[in-house]
Ligand binder design. Structure first.
Ligand SMILES: C[C@H](O)[C@H](O)[C@H]1CNC2=NC(N)=NC(=O)C2=N1
Length: 114
């Protein structure tokens, strides 16, 4: 099976198929550092990344922003001194799409890109 991070994102559409309850556990297993959270009834993926200072947190934020722009699929990013909270979900589809798992895996890769 192709690693999540190497899979291709689909176009973000309101009618895009959300991840089913049957698919969810296996996809979550592939991104073990991410937590499913529900906000306003919408299932999202969240991870907090820790850094030595604000400069490193901001550099990581910009790398994540760049991969989001590349595919046209964007996270919520909270950048603080020494910490970045990244949250992925599909806004128009109002839930979790395969794209969100692919982008969470690619987000993890931005750690090594120091
Ligand atoms: C017009 C633009 O392509 C759309 O609004 C895109 C932008 N980025 C997006 N990002 C996410 N996470 N979900 C979306 O539905 C989405 N839609």
């Amino acid at each position: 099976m192709t690693e999540l991070a190497q899979q291709q994102c689909e176009a973000c559409r309101a009618d895009a198929p959300l991840v089913s309850d049957e698919e969810l556990p296996e996809l979550l297993r592939q991104i073990p550092d991410w937590t499913p959270v529900t906000r306003d009834g919408i299932l999202q993926l969240e991870r907090v990344f820790k850094f030595r200072n604000f400069k490193q947190a901001l550099a990581f934020t910009n790398r994540v922003g760049a991969i989001a722009e590349e595919v046209g699929h964007h996270p919520a990013l909270l950048t603080e001194w020494g910490k970045v909270t990244v949250t992925w979900w599909s806004h128009e589809a109002k839930g979790l799409h395969k794209n969100d798992f692919i982008m969470a895996a690619r987000t993890d890769q931005q750690l090594e890109a120091e």
